[in-house]
Design a protein around this ligand. Sequence first.
Ligand SMILES: Cc1ncc(COP(=O)(O)O)c(C=O)c1O
Length: 396
Amino acid sequence: MHQGRYTARPAARAANAPTSIFTEITALAVRHGAVNLGQGFPDFPAPDFVKEAAARHIRDDRNQYAASAGVPRLRRALADEWARLYPEARAIDPDAEITVGCGATEILHDALLATIDPGDEVIAFEPAYDAYGPDVATAGGVLRPVPLAPPDWRLDPERLAAAFGPPTRAIIVNTPHNPTGKVFSRRELEVVADLAARHDALVITDEVYGEILFGAAAHVPIATLPGMFERTITIGSMGKTFSATGWKVGWAIAPAPVSAAIRAVHQFVTFTNSAPFQEALADILPLAAGNGYYPRLRADYARRRELLAGVLRRAGFDPLPIDGAYFLLCDLAARGFTNDAEFCRRLVTEAGVAAIPISSFYADPAAAPRMARFCFAKKDETLASAADRLARLPAL
Ligand SMILES: Cc1ncc(COP(=O)(O)O)c(C=O)c1O
């Protein structure tokens, strides 16, 4: 038998995959014992009614493979939740129009593999969540970034219109938006809807922060605009809403033919994800609607947002205003920093606070403004500890 050593030859898509800045900053945070305001997950406990639902279903032995499209009770609960939130909108058929997968991350991947052919263009607003580019590339598509301009991140209709053309197959929308906290207005979504309809493009909308809103901000799913359900994949996840990002239950709502394509991909990516957590979410959705959870969640995040904003201001930064999600962006140029990635590396190694450079949300980092993203889904103690460390910042 031949005894030669295996020579690792990763496929180009793996060899060329960028090391995510999240991975790099998290590794530095661990190495330097830093307070991690980089990654977007809560460090406080999930609510008791959420945890009890999962414990109940594990005790009840919901331990075997769930149906590939998602457990029927959960699909029904998601359709009911849609009807509760958007009573004017078209009803969802839980049998044919919902697919449950391993978080929004898997569903995004499935959605792009299901709808994009090699050479197709996919428009995405920049800054863009870091999975969109690699997902489009894996499907063989070409990402067409369209910038949102700081400080208010308003959509420029002319720039967007110029990005559409014959190769455009889809546009990705993310509202509430990571990392800017922008919530797309109905008017802006109408601009997107109009262009998508004119160019017969699909809209893939990532709405994982849909419940985390501030002040008068209202979340409008683009699928609820007239005529848009038929060309939209609406992606949701329970991770952010219920402070349980590790449960990884996400879903796509899409018209039956599009859902069929998503399901066809999903069956060979994960086939199904955790049965007890899906069953639990089917209980949690109606409970949360009835027990005042959502207004409490928003009030709690408004308080944490103010706490972190105060910490950042005392450290000499001026966080931009936000309408949703749980991140604050600070302009570093005002403090004399010219490279956000370098700033974040020094912040984590020298001050012991992890943040994410906004350039990691751009296909061309040089096109990015100089900003750092701080997450406020953190315990008061974590934010206080960040405050102590940021007080050392002038030394940077
Ligand atoms: C905009 C956006 N989309 C999708 C995801 C991933 O969601 P999930 O944890 O459900 O996979 C995240 C997580 O940070 C996100 O910020």
